[in-house]
Design a protein around this ligand. Structure first.
Ligand SMILES: [Zn+2]
Length: 85
């Protein structure tokens, strides 16, 4: 049996794929309600991201990874500086 999508501690018991305890809370239920934009492909994409996060892998490996926290454009002077006359 699959674990609850929210707490992952108890089995899924409701239509929302939540345990009864999580489904009893409206704020949690709202997070997992199917919207009109929901598709199986989108759900699979979200589950893949959850699995990557659990394994501490980059969520979007196609994006560049910067070695330091500075933005690469920070090394450039933002505006031309003229010499004082
Ligand atoms: Zn739960």
């Amino acid at each position: 049996m699959n674990p609850c999508l929210h707490c992952e501690a108890r089995p899924q018991e409701t239509l929302y794929r939540l345990c009864k305890r999580c489904a009893s809370r409206r704020t949690i239920r709202k997070l997992y309600q199917y919207s009109k934009h929901w598709t199986p492909a989108w759900d699979r994409h979200l589950q893949d991201l959850v699995e990557r996060a659990k394994r501490k892998l980059p969520l979007f490996p196609e994006l560049p990874v910067f070695k330091d926290s500075k933005h690469p454009d920070d090394s450039a002077t933002p505006f031309p500086v003229s010499e004082p006359r």
